[in-house]
Unconditional design. Structure first.
Length: 145
């Protein structure tokens, strides 16, 4: 999927089924002006991550052949890893603490609340943009000479 006119737009990747919330998620990202990609398994998700500008990944805790910790591990191998938002129907304090402790950006409970999703995505995007980038072996903050 090559779309040159959207090459500079923000991109998000949904990893999982999201059947109940798909329309709402698509509408949120459309209203934000983001490109939204969807993958239901690890292989397809990795294809998007290799060839599309992805800033935020939203994943269910368990996807066929990929647990959220595996998603986080694979994202860390990318040159500029996207922020990870973990979602679960059973989101509790334990999952939230564990996910944030090991490097996920946020945790959202399902079913989703529109305002919470939008807040989490916009915040993750700002964090992605402000994060120091690895350049020539040293971390440089954007805009710093």
């Amino acid at each position: 999927m090559n779309n040159s006119d959207g090459a500079d737009s923000l991109g998000a990747l949904l990893v999982g089924e999201y059947e109940r919330d798909r329309e709402m998620l698509q509408e949120i990202f459309r209203n934000l002006g983001w490109r939204l990609f969807e993958a239901q398994d690890r292989g397809r998700a990795l294809q998007y991550l290799e060839c599309q500008p992805i800033h935020v990944v939203i994943t269910e805790t368990d996807v066929p052949d990929w647990h959220w910790k595996g998603v986080l591990h694979d994202l860390r191998g990318l040159e500029q890893p996207p922020q990870l938002i973990v979602t679960s129907r059973n989101a509790d304090d334990r999952l939230w603490a564990e996910a944030l402790n090991v490097g996920a950006y946020d945790v959202l409970a399902q079913p989703f609340e529109r305002d919470e999703v939008q807040r989490a995505v916009e915040s993750a995007s700002r964090h992605y943009e402000l994060r120091p980038r690895e350049v020539g072996g040293s971390a440089l903050a954007a805009g710093v000479d």
